[in-house]
Design a binder for this molecule. Sequence first.
Ligand SMILES: [Zn+2]
Length: 138
Amino acid sequence: MGKPIPRPTPTEKPFYDGCARHELQLQHCQHCAHVLFYPRTLCDHCSSENLIWQVASGLGTIASYTVVRRSVSSDYEAPYVIALIDLVEGPRMMSQIIDVDPDTLAVGLPVSVDFAAWSEDITLPVFRLQPAARVEGD
Ligand SMILES: [Zn+2]
């Protein structure tokens, strides 16, 4: 079983193009100021079509996470961490936390975005613990 490769729709393309430039792009509703993720054609708060893309801060906190210790296939190197990230702009995003000792993770810790190649054509956002949140080992 190979990794699923996203095939961006026209609506999603600005998000993936942003990732390729190492920018986390989010849609902002010009009518109600709601910030959207995942990409949509209508605001999920007020149904306006008046959405613009803006670069997000890339900062957030861990809302929840799980440590995958036995991967579903050799395409995934276990252990790895899947997390729900509450972005400071508002949306909650599922992603991966990389370069972390899973035992140091906790809900509420601050993270910042980074980007990792998923395939030849697709780059995805991943997150790292913000340096201040890192617990140094002995
Ligand atoms: Zn709206």
